[in-house]
Design a protein around this ligand. Structure first.
Ligand SMILES: [Zn+2]
Length: 268
């Protein structure tokens, strides 16, 4: 073996050793890279699973929402329920319907027809219509009871109601020819709008309307929310008294009240 051959062998051996070392290094690097990728992949999967679990939880909520919608539809006969829907999942709007007088307070009485009976009937009909539309209705009375004006305001204020509508009948003994539906509010544009919306709906339903005016009535002054007092007709007028004794006319008035309230809830 010549010196040159030894040199060549040595070179070959060191070249071989270099290749082996390089191979091991590449293999180790590949393993390391796979481990890093694997870890990243698992991490991503975990994040994705967590993200998937979120919407899965949301599906339950959506189902709850649907169940509520179905209930609303069942009650409202498919009618819109702005009280619930417009506020997107929030609690339905609370509206107080106040039947004027009651108990020993008959209100005005003409020919045996008592204001307290007419107001209770209209208030109940309006309350039913609003309940069907998804509104939470609070009645200051739902029977022939004495309720003070202080109590009526307290009921509305403690409930945190959005709107307050009081139902009354009018009288004008000096001239029994005077008739028509009137709306009252006290200060504030919102109460005025509420009264105007109800009047507008009444006119649309063929009811004879008169005017909307400011009046310093306690139930308008001491309620914290937009409030309207509707004088639905004159019991002193024989023709209007006759109409107010029919369920059909009272239902028309109640429809106007309900539609006006709904418009107020929708538009403010
Ligand atoms: Zn009255």
């Amino acid at each position: 073996m010549t010196e040159r051959e030894r040199m060549r062998r040595r070179r070959r051996r060191s070249a071989f050793a270099f290749l082996v070392r390089a191979g091991v290094a590449v293999f180790a690097a590949a393993i390391l890279a796979l481990m890093v990728c694997g870890a990243l992949y698992i991490g991503e999967r975990l994040e994705k699973d967590a993200a998937d679990a979120g919407p899965a939880g949301g599906v339950d909520t959506a189902e709850d929402g649907d169940a509520e919608d179905l209930e609303g539809d069942a009650e409202g006969g498919g009618a819109e329920a702005p009280g619930a829907d417009a506020q997107d999942g929030e609690a339905p709007a609370v509206v107080v319907i106040d039947a004027g007088h009651g108990g020993v307070q008959s209100g005005c009485v003409f020919d045996g027809v008592m204001e307290k009976d007419i107001t209770l009937s209209v208030a109940k009909l309006a309350g039913e219509k609003l309940s069907e539309a998804g509104v939470t209705v609070i009645m200051t009375r739902d029977g022939d009871e004495d309720v003070s004006l202080d109590e009526r305001c307290e009921i509305a204020n403690s409930a945190g109601a959005e709107l307050f509508v009081s139902i009354h009948c009018n009288s004008f003994t000096e001239d029994d020819g005077v008739s028509g539906f009137e709306g009252y509010y006290h200060l504030g544009a919102e109460g005025k709008r509420l009264a105007e919306y109800i009047m507008e709906k009444a006119a649309g339903l063929g009811v004879k309307t008169r005017h909307v005016k400011d009046a310093d009535y306690q139930v308008l002054r001491e309620t914290d929310m937009p409030a309207a007092l509707m004088e639905i007709g004159f019991l002193s007028n024989p023709g209007e008294r006759e109409k107010l004794q029919t369920e059909e006319y009272r239902d028309t008035i109640a429809e106007a009240v309900a539609q006006g309230v709904m418009k107020m809830l929708e538009n403010g």
